[in-house]
Design a protein around this ligand. Structure first.
Ligand SMILES: Cc1cc2nc3c(=O)[nH]c(=O)nc-3n(C[C@H](O)[C@H](O)[C@H](O)COP(=O)(O)O)c2cc1C
Length: 477
């Protein structure tokens, strides 16, 4: 439309520069380069005007090459877990953009998922595991390092591979329940920034075991296809039976995938057969895709769940899970671990759990989970703001650095009780681990893997790489 009443340039010849500018529509007048050129080329043919606009090929080349260098440099920087921008820019930015911690969680998961698809995800470019010095033996596998990401960060198994790429040797996905459930009403996740802590009462929101099984099956099929086994049942079977030379769960050499299972909120905890049925339902569907199955009886946000840690019910549930895990149709069966609470820590309670672990033939224990207690402020932290004092009154499980000392103490107690010569159990530690010194301390206390969650939400995608470097410093390697 605009061109139909715009004067053609040749029609304007012979008219003074000022008057020409007046002829031009408003938009053209407001572009200074155009009107300036026009004014200074009284009798110049149109061809000359267009010619002047063209950049020389050399300038074009320099511009394009510099742009390519900048983009490539930016790509290398932002996809490297060592980039401090992840910790000092991305984390505060996400906190600012998403005042609600759950929204930030979803955004972070979605971003990692999309970036991974595009090949733009952060990864360990420094390959700190390659020299094997951080390697450790777990369940007969040589893990590339002793660090893991604990349950709840990837609730629906959407991003196990991006999480492995961040440097974790163990990624725990879930917890998932047999049937989908919404969890508690929002808001249900709260930050306590001055303490680098969190309170959550998600309440095991889950898309259900069938959904997770579908997601994990698809992942194996894609891996089978990429490995030349074909996108088929047969290809999937070959990968799950170890023909690709990688663990069937993680699909990554030196790494293990743990899948966490739990009961539905509506399954009455007094009906132990029904509760066991819930866990077994999940194991039947998910164990084929797991290196480790984790039984969650320690979330504080499902009423009655922690009561299942009493010796009697726990033994029955764990026996059911171990049996189901052994029945799956796969050459190697997944190992079974139980994740316990840091709050049920009396001698009697710990003894009861250890008894159930031994009786049922479970392979190990993850010590522990979030706490119902409200710890005092971290020694060198910032004072609590009045809003944070209010946040601490929210119902839910607390996580963060304050948990650490109790985690170490509990790890050594479980280690002591479960180290009998004929069947020693494997311990993973979870609770307040934030740096390499602490990771080393829980490993010294008897854990085989130091798992993190809250430290990653505050430290960003470079946290595992940083902790590995600090571990090396601790070990002088
Ligand atoms: C937001 C949030 C969600 C969590 N969801 C789960 C979960 O689904 N299952 C579980 O066993 N633990 C869950 N946890 C507990 C963590 O896995 C971990 O055991 C706990 O936070 C202590 O470790 P940390 O201090 O390193 O965070 C969750 C923790 C947080 C902060």
């Amino acid at each position: 439309m605009a061109s139909s009443y715009m004067p053609r340039l040749h029609q304007l010849k012979g008219i003074s520069a000022a008057s020409r500018t007046a002829y031009l529509p408003h938009t053209s007048r407001s572009i200074p380069t155009f009107s300036k050129r026009f004014a200074s080329t009284e009798a110049e043919p149109i061809a000359t005007i267009t010619k002047k606009k063209k950049k020389s090929p050399v300038r074009k080349f320099i511009f394009r090459t510099s742009l390519a260098f900048v983009l490539f440099g930016g790509y290398l920087y932002f996809t490297d877990t060592r980039a401090s921008a992840h910790r000092y820019i991305a984390v505060p930015l996400v906190r600012w953009l998403y005042p609600d911690a759950e929204d930030a969680h979803h955004a972070g998961v979605a971003a990692l998922k999309e970036l991974y698809k595009l090949g733009l995800h952060p990864r360990e470019r420094s390959s700190p595991d390659l020299d094997g010095k951080l390697g450790t033996e777990v369940f007969g596998y040589t893990l590339s390092n002793p660090l893991g990401i604990s349950g709840g960060l990837d609730k629906h198994a959407e991003i196990p591979d991006p999480l492995f790429a961040l440097g974790a040797a163990v990624v725990e996905v879930g917890g998932t329940t047999p049937l989908p459930q919404d969890g508690n009403p929002k808001p249900r996740v709260f930050r306590v920034v001055s303490q680098s802590g969190m309170i959550n009462r998600y309440g095991l929101n889950s898309k259900g075991a069938d959904h997770m099984a579908k997601v994990l099956k698809q992942r194996v099929r894609e891996f089978a296809y990429a490995s030349g086994f074909g996108y088929s049942d047969a290809g999937e079977e070959r990968v799950l039976n170890g023909e690709a030379g990688v663990p069937p769960g993680s699909l990554n050499e030196g790494k293990l995938l743990a899948v966490q299972v739990a009961k539905n909120k509506l399954t009455p905890e007094s009906d132990i057969a029904a509760v066991t049925g819930d866990y077994v339902y999940c194991v039947d569907r998910l164990a084929p895709y797991a290196d480790i199955v984790v039984v969650n009886v320690s979330s504080p946000n499902t009423p009655g769940l922690r009561g299942l840690q009493a010796a009697g019910p726990l033994t029955e549930i764990l026996k059911g899970v171990v049996g189901a895990a052994k029945r799956i149709d796969r050459k190697t069966k997944p190992f079974v671990m139980v994740k316990v609470s840091p709050d049920e820590d009396s001698e009697e309670q710990v003894d009861g759990i250890c008894h159930a672990v031994r009786e049922s033939g479970v392979d190990g224990v993850i010590v522990g989970n979030t706490t119902n207690r409200r710890p005092g402020p971290v020694p060198n932290g910032y004072p609590l703001s009045s809003k944070e004092k209010q946040t601490l009154t929210e119902t839910g499980g607390y996580s963060g650095p304050q948990l650490f000392e109790r985690t170490v103490a509990l790890v050594s107690r479980y280690k002591q009780k479960l180290s009998d010569a004929e069947s020693p159990k494997t311990i993973f530690a979870s609770g307040g681990i934030t740096n390499g010194k602490q990771a080393q301390k829980v490993l010294d206390a008897g854990a085989s893997v130091a798992m993190m969650y809250t430290a990653i939400t505050y430290g960003g995608t470079g946290t595992l790489t940083r902790v590995k470097n600090e571990l090396r410093q601790e070990r002088n390697i």
